[in-house]
Every structure is written in structure tokens, then in C-alpha cells.
Design a protein around this ligand. Structure first.
Ligand SMILES: *Cc1c(COP(=O)(O)O)cnc(C)c1O
Length: 390
């Protein structure tokens, strides 16, 4: 039995009739950019996130860029962000001309360690980007208090956490902006690229509409300098079909996560399962474990037909593209420690229980013969108490 990391073909087959119908509707309408499908999807998505406005755009990367540009954040400004994220989060900051300033992550939940943010704030700091990594949100309350104290914008990177909540509030609805990605593998994916920005502020909304469309207020009138970043009609129509399944899919992701955790949590000396903060509902974009012999485990699983990935092996501050910032090995000890040990097991709605069991058995078989203890970092005490994922 093979367990691929994702299975988009199978996914398409399952929803083929309605997807084909949506695509055909758009093709026959002759309307491909900024039309009724996008307007419909933006309304539906806004209703899902909270009281506010949604602006569709071309990708999750550009969603972050557009939010930063709307603040505005630009050359000479600093943006506080984690290095343990998908590098596009950082690329979006660079696109504005601003400088990323890296903060370390929490060793248990892998998201921004909010206790380390304040010491990094300077007069140049303009914004903070909490990245809700793997499907779990950052501890937002203390972060919002800091943002209010220093008058900073908060842009939530929700690319991996659409549908997640913190104290009952939807990811993306808490900061000044929430940015989303509809990359095919995300919790709600398009059949191509796509993204969106959520904001509660009408002025920011109006500015985002211009920024994504060449800076136009109306045709041929360019009030500001913009770009071309739009969610096309085809992807919007497809995403509208998919909205109705998001909750069901996230529920299935959580079910799979609890199957993994139930079987793997007892291997406490050699393997770390994901931890969930008590205030959070995790939507498990990824199920990430830690083991000491990560590369060997990955090779072994591959031989067993189980495909895994690493999110992410090299933190942003150690990437060649960001060498100019001058960070050295050891500057973000938690990010670097986990980057060497993390492994993402397959998790997606179509994954069957037998396949999950296959992965669990293979992981257990590997660890039975290798007793290398997991080198764990000291647990930090926070206002939130992390509990094992169930
Ligand atoms: C996927 C992702 C992005 C980028 O989204 P794209 O749609 O691929 O541009 C940004 N941040 C995070 C955390 C992501 O996972």
C-alpha cells in the first residue's frame, strides 16, 4: 500500500462533476477577470472569516505583499516575523522594500514565541506578521497588546490555517489583515494559484482593491502605484464550490491527527507529537513530528511507500537570499533545532484510515530498532498551557 503525501487527481475525481460545471460556466460566460464569480466568492469567504471585506488576489505571497503595501510598509521599515515559515512570507516583506527582523518560535507549538517580540521592536518597526503555521494560531492576545502599545500593524499569515480558531475567533479576523493562500495543497485549495486578504477596515479594503488592479480607482485613473494580482474567474468559481466542504475537510484532518497522536504519543522519549494550545482549534494543514534521526526515518518511510516532506529544512535567516541580513548559525536556536528534527507525515481529507495505520506502523517499526533519544529543548512557561494533540 502506497501512501503519497498528496493526491490531487483523486481529489479532483471526487468532485469532478461540480468542478467541471463551474469551469464550463466561466468559459461560456466570456468573463475571466474581476467578474461576478470573484464577487460571489469574496462575499462567501468574508462571511466565513468574520465581519469585514475580502479582496481576492493571485497568491498567498501577494496577499501578504498587498496587506503590507496597504498599511503602508515599505523601504526603511522593519517587520517582525518568524524564520521558521514558508520563505514566501519573507519574500513578501522584501517585495515592499522593508527589512525582515526574525524572532524565534516556541519549541512545542512551532509558532512565534510572542514573549521574544518586544525586545526586537525599534523605532523602525512597522508591522508584525504572526504566521499560523501547520494549522495552529499564534498566541494572539499578548501580541495584540504589544501592537497596540507600539502602534504596529498586525498581518496574520493564514496560508496554513484557514478555518482555525483562537478563543473562538477565526484565523485572519483578529489582526489588521488576514492573508490567505489557495495553493492546491492548502486546506482550501484552488486548481492553480490564488490568494485573498481579509480586513475589517473599509479604507484598507478600498486601497487593496486599487493595489491589486494597477492602482486604479477607476479605469485609466491610477491614484496609487499598484500591481496586477487578481484571483481569476475560473479559480473563484472553483473555490466557491469548495467553500461548502472546508469544515468537513478540516474535521477529517483533525480526525487523522488524533489517529496519529493516539498511537505515537506514547513514544515520548524518541518522538514528539504536535502540541495544541488550549485556546486553539488546530486545523492540521500539516502533521509534524520530531525525531532525532529524521533523515533516516524519512528514507525508511520512503522505502515503505510512505511519502513525507520537511516543512522546512532551512529557516529563512539561513537561506542564501537572506545572507545579507547577517544572521549566523545559532542566532535562532529553537528554529534551527527543530529544522533538523521535524518531519511532516501525510495528512489530507482523502487519506484513508488504513493508510494512516500504515504510516503509524512504519514509524513504529523504525523506532523499535533505533532508540536514539530525542534531544528536547526546555519547555517555556507561557500564559497558555499547551496540551498534547488529541
Ligand atoms: C503557502 C504559503 C505562503 C505562500 O502562498 P502562495 O499562495 O504559494 O504564494 C505563505 N505563507 C505560508 C505560511 C504558506 O504556507
Amino acid at each position: 500500500m502506497k501512501v503519497p503525501f498528496a493526491d490531487f487527481k483523486k481529489h479532483y475525481k471526487q468532485y469532478q462533476a461540480e468542478i467541471d460545471q463551474a469551469v464550463s460556466r466561466v468559459l461560456n460566460s466570456g468573463y475571466f477577470i474581476l467578474g461576478p464569480e470573484l464577487e460571489k466568492f469574496e462575499k462567501e469567504f468574508a462571511e466565513f472569516i468574520g465581519e469585514g471585506f475580502v479582496v481576492g488576489c493571485a497568491s498567498g505571497t501577494e496577499a501578504i505583499y498587498l496587506a503590507l503595501a496597504a498599511c503602508p510598509v515599505g523601504s526603511g521599515d522593519e517587520v517582525i516575523v518568524v524564520a521558521h515559515t514558508a520563505v514566501p512570507t519573507i519574500n513578501a516583506i522584501s517585495m515592499t522594500g522593508a527589512t525582515p527582523v526574525f524572532v524565534d518560535v516556541d519549541p512545542q507549538t512551532y509558532v512565534m514565541d510572542v514573549t521574544k517580540v518586544e525586545s526586537l521592536i525599534t523605532p523602525k518597526t512597522k508591522a508584525i506578521i504572526p504566521v499560523h503555521l501547520y494549522g495552529q494560531m499564534v498566541n494572539m492576545e499578548p501580541l495584540l497588546q504589544l501592537a497596540a502599545k507600539y502602534k504596529l500593524f498586525v498581518i496574520e499569515d493564514v496560508a496554513q490555517a484557514t478555518g482555525a480558531t483562537y478563543k473562538g475567533l477565526a484565523a485572519g479576523s483578529i489582526g489588521d489583515f488576514g492573508t490567505f493562500s489557495f495553493y492546491p495543497s492548502k486546506n482550501i485549495g484552488a486548481f492553480g494559484d490564488g490568494g485573498a486578504v481579509f480586513t475589517k477596515n473599509k479604507e484598507h479594503f478600498d486601497k487593496l482593491l486599487m493595489l491589486r488592479n494597477y492602482g486604479q480607482s477607476k479605469r485609466y485613473y491610477h491614484d496609487i502605484i499598484g500591481i496586477n494580482s487578481r484571483l481569476d474567474e475560473m479559480q473563484a468559481a472553483i473555490l466557491s464550490c469548495r467553500m461548502q466542504y472546508l469544515k468537513v475537510w478540516n474535521k477529517r484532518r483533525r480526525e487523522i491527527a488524533s489517529l496519529y497522536t493516539k498511537e505515537l504519543a506514547s513514544l515520548i522519549d524518541v518522538l514528539q507529537v504536535p502540541a495544541i494550545h488550549a485556546d486553539n482549534e488546530h486545523v492540521f494543514h500539516l502533521y509534524v513530528i520530531q525525531v532525532e534521526e529524521r533523515d533516516h526515518l524519512q528514507t525508511y518511510l520512503m522505502e515503505q511507500g510512505v511519502q513525507t516532506l520537511i516543512h522546512y529544512p532551512i529557516p529563512a535567516h539561513l537561506q542564501k537570499a537572506y545572507a545579507y541580513l547577517g544572521y549566523e548559525d545559532g542566532s535562532l536556536p529553537v528554529s534551527e533545532h527543530i529544522a533538523a528534527r521535524i518531519l511532516s507525515l501525510p495528512i489530507y481529507p482523502e487519506l484513508r484510515d488504513e493508510q494512516v495505520k500504515r504510516v503509524i506502523d512504519a514509524v513504529k517499526a523504525f523506532l523499535k530498532n533505533r532508540k536514539t533519544k530525542l534531544c528536547q529543548l526546555p519547555v517555556v512557561q507561557h500564559s497558555q498551557t499547551p496540551v498534547p494533540a488529541i
